[in-house]
Design a protein around this ligand. Sequence first.
Ligand code: PAF
Length: 279
Amino acid sequence: MQIFNNRRELQQFALDAKRSGKTIALVPTMGFLHDGHMSLIDIARQKADIVIVSIFVNPKQFAPTEDFDRYPRDFDGDVAKCADHDADVIFAPEIDAMYDGNASTWVEETVLAKPLCGASRPTFYRGVTTVVAKLFLLAQPDYAVFGLKDAQQCFVIQRMVRDLDFPVEIIPAPLVRDADGLALSSRNRYLSADERTRALSIHRSLLAAKARIQKEKAFAPALEEAVATVTAAGGRVDYIEILDCDTMLSPDANTRQVILAAAAFFGTTRLIDNEIFAL
Ligand code: PAF
């Protein structure tokens, strides 16, 4: 397995690989890899000749008040896991190797990125789309795999790829949960044992809301009940909403699939989760 820290070296490697007829699958991550990430690498492994995993805690997607400094990092552990799952390349640049000091260009998707996490974290998705656009240009992937835990992120990136004609196929990968139902996230590391138990209310409330929506064909009572469940468990709800997956607007007669999405704080830790289904 090769490790690149320099973006030009990665780009040269990728261009050479493409010239020699190889296909590339990219798995963008911020490291502190867990089984959810491993499932993305396994999918990438099945799709392409060369699997590149990027490990970069991207400062541009954190607001000044957020957890950039304490975001969990374990580079040696990540390298071992990538090797175990047969990745070919790790790209792990320092911040100043990824962005020039006077970088002044952003890539921004302006519609799907607005609600949900985009409303609570207004600069988050432009940070994501900027770094992902750079990763696509550096790694030259034929495929890029993104987990559906952040389904809105997948939708935003798919729209960016369509709008800007990136020659890459986005592969959305199923959300992975712990045995007790908690969606895997590097941020679960911040939770105390008690907070972790109480955080299970997020998924529980989404499943109950989904069942109620499918039965009653009405949204408001189910969403109110979900907010009450998470609040009763000691969570501070940021949002629990249902939106059309294609438009990220309220579902209407043309809606094919909805995302029932939640974000809630347990202690200082903000967790997200979702269920995607047809009405
Ligand atoms: O989902 C993540 O881990 C990040 O948002 C990503 C896609 C690696 C961009 O920094």
